[in-house]
Structures are given as C-alpha cells and as structure tokens.
Design a protein around this ligand. Structure first.
Ligand code: ATP
Ligand code: MG
Length: 202
C-alpha cells in the first residue's frame, strides 16, 4: 500500500459513511500530513476498525457537529515508525468513570447508548487493532468531544500468503489448508465475526 493508496482507501471509507451524516448535518472530513509511505496493511481489518470508530462518532455526535479522520506518522524510535490514525468528534464525550471501561465487551455508557448500540464495536475494534500489531486508546471530555487514536506499525498485518503445509511422514504428501469450507457453529455474533476473521482464506 503506498501513501496514495492509503489515503484513497481512507477517503473511500469516509465517502461510504458520508450518507449517514446528512440527517444530522454532521461534517465528516479527513486529512493527513504524511508525505511518503509504503506499508502493507491488512485492509479488511483496517476498514472494520475505521468504520466502527467513525460510526460511533456519527452516532454519539449531536446534529451540526464535526468529525475528522487524521493520519499522521509517529516515530517511536529510530527503527520503529507508526501511522497514527485519529477519529475525532465534538460530540457528547465520555466521563472519566466510564472511560476506563469503554473497550469492555457489552459496555455502554448510558441508557441512551443502550438504545442505539450493543456495546460490541469497540471491543472488536481493539481486538482487530492488536491483531494488526497496533495500540488503541481514547481521550475524551464530557460535552466537549472524543478522540480515538490507534497506531499501526509499518508493515503491520503483512499477511503471509504461504500455505500452511503439513508434511505427512510416511509418504511425504503435502496437505494444504486452503479451499476448505468451514462451518462456524457459534451463537454469539461477535465471536462468530472474530472466528470468521481468523479462519478466512488468506
Ligand atoms: P455497537 O458498536 O455494538 O453497535 P455501541 O456503539 O454502543 O454499539 P461500542 O462501539 O463498543 O458500542 O461503544 C461502547 C460505548 O462507548 C457506547 O455505547 C457509547 O456509550 C460509548 N462511545 C463510543 N464511542 C463514542 C463516541 N465517539 N462519543 C461518545 N461516546 C462513545
Ligand atoms: Mg459502536
């Protein structure tokens, strides 16, 4: 993924969520200060992460608000560089007593959020960011707004295309694990989604 690919990818996600903002007349924009980048990201996971965070911002920002998606490069040390994504809103915010629980599964802040959400989005989002080798955190102030940040190391989530080959001792037959049909028997939707991600064909 080059920088232009990444920016194009992010604008695609932003564009796809644009219709959801019109009813509340929210502004949804994105910007970057990145100048060059070549990185390999697992775009499926990245798309889910960004969609979850932007959807939350849309849901928890009252009419007329602003939502911004910002991409920046962060140098951790001379060998480690990250792309830092921010999804910022000027919505209802999250109070300090709730902030520490926000990534817990099924955790919702209020009666109102119970009416509009199941409380699984952030838990899944955190899981996905960690699968990509990154970190996610949140800063928020009640009635001021919320900013979710996550970092992805360059080349994080680079998926090996190699087949997993199992050598059978006796006759040295290679058994590839691609092309299988996998039945997931799981009654919890989030777990089902996670299992689907893990067993997906690479
Ligand atoms: P789901 O994502 O499962 O549809 P949800 O959006 O309620 O439901 P999460 O995405 O896990 O669940 O978020 C958990 C809780 O955190 C929400 O219920 C809401 O109270 C709070 N929250 C999340 N994002 C924001 C935000 N941008 N501004 C204010 N509160 C937020
Ligand atoms: Mg959500």
């Amino acid at each position: 993924l080059t920088l232009n690919d990444l920016i194009g990818f992010v604008s695609g996600i932003v564009a796809s969520l644009q219709p959801a903002t019109t009813e509340k007349q929210l502004t949804l924009s994105h910007q970057t200060s990145l100048s060059e980048l070549t990185a390999a990201f697992d775009t499926d996971k990245l798309e889910k992460v960004l969609t979850n965070l932007i959807s939350n911002a849309i849901k928890y920002t009252p009419a007329g608000g602003n939502i911004r998606v910002i991409l920046e490069i962060v140098d951790a040390d001379k060998d480690t560089r990250f792309v830092r994504f921010a999804v910022e809103d000027d919505g209802i915010g999250i109070s300090p007593e709730h902030l520490g629980h926000i990534f817990d599964r099924f955790y919702r802040v209020s009666e109102e959020s119970m009416a509009v959400g199941a409380g699984v989005g952030l838990n899944l989002t955190q899981e996905l960011v960690e699968l990509l080798g990154g970190k996610i955190w949140v800063e928020s102030e009640e009635a001021i707004g919320t900013a979710f940040y996550f970092t992805l190391p360059y080349n994080a989530g680079l998926v090996k295309k190699d087949r997993v080959a199992v050598k059978e001792e006796k006759n040295s037959v290679e058994i590839g694990v691609s092309g299988l049909i996998i039945l997931i028997a799981e009654d919890d939707e989030t777990s089902e989604r996670l299992v689907s991600i893990h067993v997906r064909e690479l």
